[in-house]
Ligand binder design. Sequence first.
Ligand code: ATP
Ligand code: TZE
Ligand code: MG
Length: 269
Amino acid sequence: MTTEISQTATDLFERMRATNPLVQCITNYVAMNYAANVLLAAGASPAMVHTPEESGEFAAIAGALTVNIGTLSPNWVEGMIAAAKSANKAGTPWVLDPVAHFATGYRRDAVAALLKLKPTVIRGNASEIIALGGGQSAGQGVDSGDPVEQAEEAALGLAIAQGAIVAVTGEVDFVTDGKRSVRVAGGSDLMPKITATGCSLTALVGAYLAIAPDQAFEATVAALGNFAVAGEIAAKTANGPASFMTAFIDGLHRLDGATYAKNLRVNVL
Ligand SMILES: Nc1ncnc2c1ncn2[C@@H]1O[C@H](COP(=O)(O)OP(=O)(O)OP(=O)(O)O)[C@@H](O)[C@H]1O
Ligand SMILES: Cc1ncsc1CCO
Ligand SMILES: [Mg+2]
């Protein structure tokens, strides 16, 4: 059965690829190259623009902004805040990826400042979302130590408190806007074995937001669905993390609407 959300996600998949949206990615040193390649393969146009001298100016012309706190320093935080403020002023949607925000006071403060600037979407792993909700997570650094189901309550609370879409990723992803919630199944257990897979997904959520700013919930689901479908297909030919990475980027590039629609597994809750 094709649900309405699956049909919309497929439409957004085709539109994103046809439109080649410009996405400003402020991401970490680890993710920068991989995330840019993922976006290019998926059909978007990434630009890694982070310094405060230009990040705000660029956010006003980008289709969407994504902010990931993976490798912070004061200059980068300044650039993130300038970009988020400018995005808000220009009506540019933006995504926050709160990498390991619970690990240090510096990260906690940076995330608190960014949350005040009202991201359109918050995308994190289960441990990150549990901790954002004030709970005790089993996360170790950037890697999740908790199942997605354990983060669902925190995600709902966070969505309502922030007026944001919250996406929790893991074996089966969970997306909520506080009223509507879905699970997105698929992907591969090799995905968390490649660093910056989540960071790249955050960037791809930006690509979908850019083409559907008024459908942020559907756009987020469509982006997660894109990773779930491409990841599941790539795993069939991969021998391990390194060959998976190649197959995944090739698969993102080759994926068509019919294959996306056929393999997408979105469960409305
Ligand atoms: N066990 C799994 N099975 C299937 N897919 C998975 C699994 N774990 C993660 N994924 C997928 O991997 C992608 C990244 O999610 P993950 O939760 O690992 O991000 P993350 O922890 O923020 O990653 P990073 O910080 O390393 O970039 C998502 O598309 C998610 O659905
Ligand atoms: C490994 C790592 N360390 C800081 S950011 C990052 C990428 C995955 O989040
Ligand atoms: Mg992460």
